[in-house]
Design a protein around this ligand. Structure first.
Ligand code: AMP
Length: 282
């Protein structure tokens, strides 16, 4: 695996690649969730490019950015073992050479609002901007993202459609620990005692999904019940919402394909998860 850290070196390495290029953007501190995307990329493309960049533009809090785990050496080892061809691991100065404040921004309205967009102002503008820039640098044929960050996946799909960016987007299922907790770099923030309580997030989503599958349509009541369950388990819910899976609009009585999205604080960590569900016809 070749590692490059500047846009110039990346362009040079890219120019030497042939066949279909599959790209996996990450912020590093890689776990099995990331590696499942890398394996999917490997099966879809001839060459795999991974980026590791902790993007300051998508962090709304300086302390969160500073605390984000950086483990480039171990990540490099894991990507080598997956047979990745090229790793792009720039620092912030390589991506934002003038300044973050004067850099062009890509805004994806409506779908970026609410849910994580409401809780983290400017977050999805930061995500859309860096993904757009990485697409222009890497020029992949396709890119692979996790459904773990469901709203993010839809923001990127919308950006790619609206700006006619010629990159095929693939969304992959969430990889979980044995007890159901979605894998995340932020799980490292949990104490042993908090880690025991964390699976309540996924369990609650499953309970709501079960009710929806059985045909329940009282969305407000189901959301309130979900929040109450999280509180009872010692988590502090940020949001718990049932939305249309396709576009995150609030569902109507006839919508069948839904997604339940949740974010909750547990100690220092803010955990997010979601579950797609098909409601039984009335
Ligand atoms: P991050 O490094 O957190 O920015 O994530 C990089 C990519 O990995 C994104 O597309 C995430 O959605 C995806 N990802 C993170 N955690 C998981 C997981 N547990 N399962 C599947 N994909 C994941």
């Amino acid at each position: 695996m070749k590692t490059v850290t500047t846009p110039q070196a990346l362009r040079q390495a890219r120019a030497e690649m042939t066949g279909r290029v599959a790209f996996v953007p990450t912020m590093g501190n890689l776990h099995e969730g990331h590696l499942s995307l890398v394996r999917r990329a490997r099966s879809l493309g001839d060459q795999v490019v991974v980026s590791i960049f902790v993007n300051p533009m998508q962090f709304d809090r300086a302390d969160d950015l500073a605390a984000y785990p950086r483990t480039l050496e171990e990540d490099t080892r894991l990507l080598e073992a997956e047979g990745v061809e090229l790793l792009f691991a720039p620092d912030a100065a390589a991506i934002y050479p003038e300044s973050l404040e004067t850099h062009t921004r890509v805004e994806v309205p409506v779908i970026s609002e609410g849910l994580c967009g409401a809780a983290r102002p400017g977050h999805f503008t930061g995500v859309a901007t860096i993904v757009c820039k990485l697409f222009n640098l890497v020029q992949p044929h396709l890119a692979v993202f996790g459904k773990k960050d469901y709203q993010q996946l839809l923001v990127i799909r919308k950006m790619v459609a609206d700006l006619a960016i010629p990159v095929e987007i693939h969304g992959e299922p969430t990889v979980r620990e044995a007890d159901g907790l979605a894998m995340s770099s932020r799980n490292n923030y949990l104490s042993a005692e908090e880690r025991q309580r964390a699976p309540a997030l996924y369990q609650t989503l499953q309970q709501t999904a079960e009710r929806l599958r059985a045909g329940a349509g009282e969305f407000d009541a189901l959301e309130a019940e979900g929040r109450a369950r999280l509180e009872a388990a010692g988590l502090r819910p940020d949001y718990y919402e049932i939305r249309r899976a396709e576009d995150l609009a609030r569902p109507g009585a006839n919508d069948r394909h839904l997604v339940i999205l949740a974010a909750a604080f547990l100690g220092r960590a803010r955990l997010i998860d979601n579950l797609e569900v098909d409601r039984a016809p009335a």
